[in-house]
Ligand binder design. Structure first.
Ligand code: RIB
Length: 292
């Protein structure tokens, strides 16, 4: 079985700054690191490191060969990454000593996906497979429809949050992932309680409070507390959680086991600087869980 991920691929430029810059302020960074990021790439790496066969669907520019090589190096299938005339996406990420961040993204090739290529990629999928989509590429609904046509289940990570984008995806979504603020914003925008959303499962993360997985048909909620760690950079933590969690579903883990493993994976990830490069492999996660 396979986890597909239609998702962004970025070069992340991570600056360690004394505080997040105020309007008009010029700040000196104490360190800078460049590496693979993009919510989609982070999710694919997390799914692959969790042990799922993972196929990334996306786009880079001619300057993005290194990013494709990096994804391949993390065990992600790259046959469905196209080369666009637009430059590879990038992100400017400021991180303060409290591990808070502020991110500016330039989408570039991420907004130049091909419906034909997406359909061809998802035609290789079938029952038992999942596609994970977030809001940093074009053609999200096309991908969800193609997935449904082929019996592939759809997970939508509603980040960066946009209520209209979520609304368009809801009819084709099996699992919706949001944080608690986004869940409240979506309820306000749609005038619908989270429990009444027309998707089978809704996962809501609440930072240090942990995570809830709601079954909208039965009303059952499965919860997992957050693990206590000292974060240095929270960039990509939500993506790490999403990729690991969907991999758990694809591998047939129980809800509680999938939640626990995803929580542990993102807990380790935030103790390191960077996004995709900071994601731990399955052995590290097992060791972390055993030590709890
Ligand atoms: O969620 C973190 C990611 O958001 C970063 O890797 C950055 O590239 C942006 O897409």
């Amino acid at each position: 079985m396979t986890v597909f991920c239609l998702g962004s691929i970025n070069a992340d430029h991570v600056y360690q700054v004394p505080h997040l810059p105020a309007p008009g302020e010029t700040l000196a960074a104490s360190a800078v690191q460049t590496g693979l990021g993009g919510k989609g790439a982070n999710q694919s790496v997390a799914a692959a490191k969790a042990g799922s066969v993972t196929q990334h669907i996306g786009a880079v520019g001619a300057d993005g060969v290194w990013a494709v090589d990096a994804l391949r190096g993390f065990g992600v299938g790259v046959d469905h990454i196209r080369t666009s005339d637009a430059p590879t996406g990038h992100a400017i990420i400021n991180v303060d000593p409290q591990a808070e961040n502020a991110i500016v993204i330039f989408a570039g090739a991420n907004l130049d996906q091909s419906a034909v290529d997406i359909q061809a990629a998802l035609a290789t999928g079938g029952a038992g497979d999942w596609v994970l989509i977030q809001n940093e590429t074009s053609h999200q609904v096309d991908a969800a429809k193609a997935a449904r046509t082929n019996g592939v289940k759809v997970a939508y990570s509603a980040a960066p949050f946009d209520a209209e984008a979520v609304k368009a995806m809801l009819p084709f979504t099996d699992l919706l992932l949001m944080n608690e603020i986004e869940a409240a914003q979506l309820s306000d925008a749609l005038g619908v309680k989270t429990a009444d959303l027309p998707v089978a499962k809704v996962l809501i993360t609440a930072g240090a409070k942990g995570v809830d997985l709601l079954d909208t048909k039965t009303g059952e909620i499965v919860s997992n507390p957050a693990f206590s760690v000292d974060p240095v950079d929270t960039t990509g933590a939500g993506d790490t959680f999403a990729g690991s969690f969907v991999a758990g579903f694809e591998q047939g883990l129980s809800d509680v086991d999938a939640l626990r493993r995803a929580s542990a994976t993102s807990a380790i990830q935030v103790t390191r600087v960077g996004a995709a490069t900071a994601i731990p492999d399955a052995a590290e996660v097992e060791a972390f869980l055993s030590a709890q």
